[in-house]
Design a protein around this ligand. Structure first.
Ligand code: ADP
Ligand code: MG
Ligand code: MG
Length: 202
């Protein structure tokens, strides 16, 4: 794969489309094990991201991701905004010197993004957070020749598997054992992000 500036903008567009379309669904997931705002938070954030990207011109993929990061950090309240913001900031920093974003530079950048989410949120795998989608996706990029259909399957399966987990970080952790049996909202929005990436690299 190679990710161009146009691909990156398209990636954000497709993500925004899915988040707007599934805003109620994300909010419904957050209603069960949170405070019912994940759809609202993400929809506002990605709407602002698209406003920003539409109004600017870019020289590098890294610069696009930097604007995504800054927008998400400043426009999205709650836990998810700063965490997604950190992830995109790490992607941007890691890809700063890449003229061409190929599979190995992107895999490395994803690794740094995951580390950024872990540092910021102090969670790790298996705690029923967005990391439970980001980590399997990152592992897949590190170990494979990435194929769009496999990427989609991995992200989807990972999201669905958060159902079985008990939340031990974030608001969902207040629900203790009652958090089991429900998909984590941030994992669902992360699925939209990575299935959009799969569409772009197809
Ligand atoms: P809030 O919980 O502040 O209302 P959101 O509803 O927008 O924020 O986002 C909730 C999502 O954020 C969760 O579903 C989970 O995926 C993610 N999340 C929460 N806390 C953490 C954390 N410490 N590390 C990683 N992800 C987290
Ligand atoms: Mg919430
Ligand atoms: Mg909230």
């Amino acid at each position: 794969m190679e990710l161009t500036i146009e691909d990156t903008i398209k990636w954000m567009q497709l993500t925004n489309d899915k988040i707007q379309k599934n805003k109620e669904h994300l909010t419904a997931l957050d209603q069960v094990i949170g405070d019912s705002d994940h759809g609202i938070n993400m929809a506002r954030g990605f709407q602002e991201v698209m406003k920003k990207l539409d109004a600017a011109t870019y020289e590098t993929v890294s610069d696009v991701m930097k604007d995504v990061a800054m927008t998400l950090m400043s426009k999205v309240g709650g836990a998810a905004g700063p965490l997604y913001g950190t992830a995109f900031l790490k992607l941007s920093m890691s890809l700063k010197d890449s003229q061409k974003v190929d599979e190995s530079s992107f895999a490395k950048a994803l690794e740094e993004a995951v580390q950024g989410i872990i540092m910021r949120g102090k969670a790790n795998a298996g705690e029923k957070t967005m990391l439970d989608v980001w980590i399997p996706v990152q592992d897949y990029f590190s170990a494979n020749n990435v194929k769009a259909d496999e990427l989609e399957t991995i992200a989807k399966t990972a999201m669905e598997q958060t159902k079985e987990l008990k939340a031990t970080k974030g608001r969902a952790s207040y629900f203790k054992d009652k958090s089991i049996g429900h998909i984590d909202p941030g994992s669902a929005s992360s699925y939209y992000l990575f299935t959009s990436l799969a569409e772009v690299i197809e």
